[in-house]
Write a protein that binds this ligand. Structure first.
Ligand SMILES: [Zn+2]
Length: 338
């Protein structure tokens, strides 16, 4: 039933049994990092439940499967908080639909990136989760479940999704038709996310950004002028871009520290850039690299908490270049960088 899903063996085994045993809960929350298969599994499960021909599986060919794949199956409702928040009107519309008898055995409601529910919408949804008006399966997916109201979370059976292993990502990329040197490299850099790996393998922003992160680190470690420093801060981009880009910076600094502390190539994510790692790791001591890593992590947390992006980027670059103290006082210019 869920053979096409890469990894997540525990979740797959659970649903295989639950479907065969007819003991599905009525609401699930799939939580875990982005790009590890939450939405794919939710859709595969939902399709297996609507398919008319294959028992506890989907055939992809019957009318129900075709409607499902075209997004027009009458029992399927999808709310998606990825692009913009899910408002109360959308939840009301969903609730209206649930009043009617489903076409098949049950209504299927996928609430993707459920942290995008507004407080009002989440509150309205809560009532339906508590007392569904008829046969319905809710699957909420979220990479940030801590942003969901605890009352909503507590109504769902929580299914954890784990970062994928490199082997799983490699096989996922190959299934998607990627070939060549890019596959192992993307699998290494993707931090357990097949979605990210696919972006990298397709030549997205990622590889450029690894390059840039490596060069930035070199400048920060060997000394950088103020004008260049502020230019680098601007290059980190807007909030969403900066979150991705600082991840590359983080991975790079982690490698510098790992190499410095262990000298073991097998631990490095950027093992193919060993020479550059080796040179840069000599430019700082262990505690300084550890502080830089903490600074990047701290900046990423602030970005998620909606701080001013420009200030966060400049503060980060100043600290990484050793031009600002951790308390936010900038030695070089006397500016406050908090
Ligand atoms: Zn079918």
């Amino acid at each position: 039933m869920l053979d096409g899903i890469i990894g997540q063996e525990l979740a797959k085994r659970y649903f295989q049994r639950a479907v065969e045993g007819g003991c599905l809960a009525h609401a699930y929350l799939f939580h875990g990092p982005a790009g590890v298969g939450k939405k794919s599994l939710a859709r595969a499960l939902a399709q297996a439940l609507v398919c008319n021909t294959a028992e506890n599986n989907s055939c992809g060919l019957c009318p129900a499967c075709r409607m499902f794949l075209a997004g027009s199956h009458p029992d399927l409702r999808v709310l998606d908080g990825a692009e913009k928040s899910i408002g109360i009107a959308q939840v009301r519309e969903l609730q209206q639909a649930l009043v009617y008898r489903p076409y098949g055995a049950r209504h299927l409601c996928l609430v993707q990136e459920a942290e995008g529910l507004t407080a009002e919408a989440a509150n309205a949804l809560l009532k339906t989760l508590e007392e569904p008006p008829g046969p319905v399966l809710f699957i909420l997916t979220s990479a940030r479940p801590e942003r969901l109201p605890p009352t909503v979370v507590s109504r769902c059976l929580k299914i954890p999704f784990r970062p994928l292993t490199r082997d799983e990502i490699t096989s996922g990329l190959e299934t998607m038709g990627f070939k060549g040197d890019m596959v192992p490299l993307a699998a290494r850099l993707a931090g357990g996310s097949l979605g990210r790996a696919a972006e990298l393998a397709a030549g997205g922003d990622g590889l450029d950004w690894r390059e840039k992160a490596a060069n930035m680190a070199e400048e920060f470690l060997s000394g950088i002028g103020t004008a260049e420093l502020f230019a680098r801060a601007r290059e980190l981009g807007e909030r969403a871009e900066m979150l991705v880009r600082t991840e590359y910076l983080l991975l790079w600094y982690r490698d510098l520290l790992l190499w410095r502390e262990t000298g073991f190539e097998g631990l490095l994510i950027n093992a193919d850039r060993l020479e550059q790692v080796r040179v840069q790791a000599r430019l700082a001591d262990g505690p300084a690299l550890a502080r830089s890593i903490a600074t990047i992590e701290d900046t990423r947390k602030k970005l998620l908490a909606n701080v001013n992006v420009r200030l966060a980027a400049e503060g980060l670059c100043l600290r990484l270049a050793g031009l600002a103290e951790e308390d936010g006082y900038d030695r070089a210019t006397g500016w406050s960088t908090v």
